[in-house]
Design a protein around this ligand. Structure first.
Ligand SMILES: *Cc1c(COP(=O)(O)O)cnc(C)c1O
Length: 373
């Protein structure tokens, strides 16, 4: 029996009736594009965050890209982010014509080292793009302060942090806008592609609605600035409405799995051993992925294969070392923490419906393998 690092089929089995009813609701509605389901989801997702606006888009990459464009970012501008992220964060920046600028991450939580950001600001810097990677928030207070002092915008990449909180604030409510992905594996996942941008600023909301709809304010109206076709699909929106009602229980399920790992793996930690995720003070982690670290990662993964457990690495190649971003000029050694992590981290199976049995087998297998390496 294979244990996958992520699996939606147990959830589908449990929620099948509601999911299929959601599809039927759309098919019977008489409006298949930007209808009641997208409108409903947008209102409910904005309310979940206590913000004024939410604009549904077709995926998380476009949520970041259109989010930046709605903030006025384009060719000639610089956007400060991290290289320890999913490549789409950086693909989206490049897609606006702006230049990505990287700072390193911290040794403890693997998130943006906010202390390095001020030195990376140049006269061309227009925005800061913190990524709430793995399910917990970047320290937002110093970024918000710096942005306000220097007149910069802040776009939060919340693709891995739906419902995460920091000092009581929900992820995505400190920046000028925040981008979400509903890719199926995410904490709030659709049954296909989807994304959204939230904001409290009516001007940004207006820009986003035009950007996702060819650049038009309404049907067949004048295009003043060419946009995209980047709409959230009605079927995915209705499925997301159903799943949003359960988001807090999905998060609780992920925390249950994380707590069990923490108990079951505690004896394997220590110098030269396994490092478990560290939750930074003030943060409430939602465990999009459960990332552990070990200096002999590759050997461990190789040996775990015989146990039929699939693991993942988020991410094996830092974005600045990818050939497609060689032009940016970040040589090897330029982001030492990010580069070291990429060789040592791996992710254990994590999803809310992961059974205790399967999880215990992962814990047991790690004990056997770590005794050998
Ligand atoms: C998943 C993800 C994205 C991209 O989302 P898609 O819906 O796959 O386009 C962007 N940023 C981060 C951090 C992600 O994890």
């Amino acid at each position: 029996m294979t244990t996958r690092v992520w699996d939606y089929l147990p959830e589908y089995e449990q929620e099948r009736a509601d999911l299929l009813a959601a599809v039927e609701t759309v098919f019977e509605s008489g409006q298949l594009i930007l209808g009641k389901s997208v409108q409903g989801f947008e209102a409910e997702y904005a309310a979940y965050h206590g913000v004024g606006h939410c604009v549904g888009v077709d995926n998380g990459t476009n949520a970041v890209k259109l989010g930046l464009q709605a903030l006025g970012i384009g060719p000639g501008d610089e956007v400060i982010t991290v290289s320890n992220t999913a490549a789409p964060t950086v693909v989206a920046i490049a897609g606006t014509g702006a230049t990505p600028v990287f700072v390193d991450v911290r040794e403890d939580d693997y998130l943006m080292d906010t202390g390095q950001v001020a030195d990376a600001v140049t006269p061309r810097t227009k925005a800061l793009l913190p990524v709430h990677l793995y399910g917990q928030c970047v320290d937002m207070a110093p970024l918000r302060r710096l942005a306000d002092e220097r007149g910069l915008a802040v776009l939060e990449d919340c693709a891995q942090a739906h419902g995460a909180r920091q000092n009581g604030r929900t992820a995505g409510t400190t920046g000028n806008a925040a981008a979400f992905s509903f890719y199926p594996t995410k904490v709030l996942g659709a049954y296909g592609d989807g994304g959204a941008v939230i904001t409290d600023d009516p001007g940004i909301d207006r820009n986003l609605r035009q950007l996702r709809y060819y650049g038009m304010e309404k049907v067949y109206y004048v295009v003043r600035s060419p946009g995209h076709n980047a709409r959230l699909d009605e079927v995915q929106a209705e499925i997301l409405r159903h799943k949003l009602r359960r988001l807090d229980s999905y998060i609780a399920g992920r925390r249950r799995v994380a707590n069990r790992y923490e108990e079951g793996l505690a004896d394997l930690t220590g110098p030269g051993g396994l490092t478990l995720p560290s939750v930074t003070e003030g943060n409430e982690h939602v465990y999009y992925v459960y990332v552990v670290r070990h200096p002999r990662r590759d050997e461990i993964i190789e040996r775990l294969k015989q146990y039929d457990i699939s693991l993942n690495i988020s991410y094996p190649w830092p974005v600045h070392t990818m050939s497609g971003f060689a032009d940016l000029g970040y040589g090897e050694g330029s982001l030492p923490v990010t580069e070291r992590l990429a060789g040592e981290i791996f992710s254990l199976p994590m999803y809310p419906s992961l059974s205790r049995d399967r999880q215990d087998r992962v814990i047991d297998a790690l004990h056997e393998v770590l005794a050998e390496v």
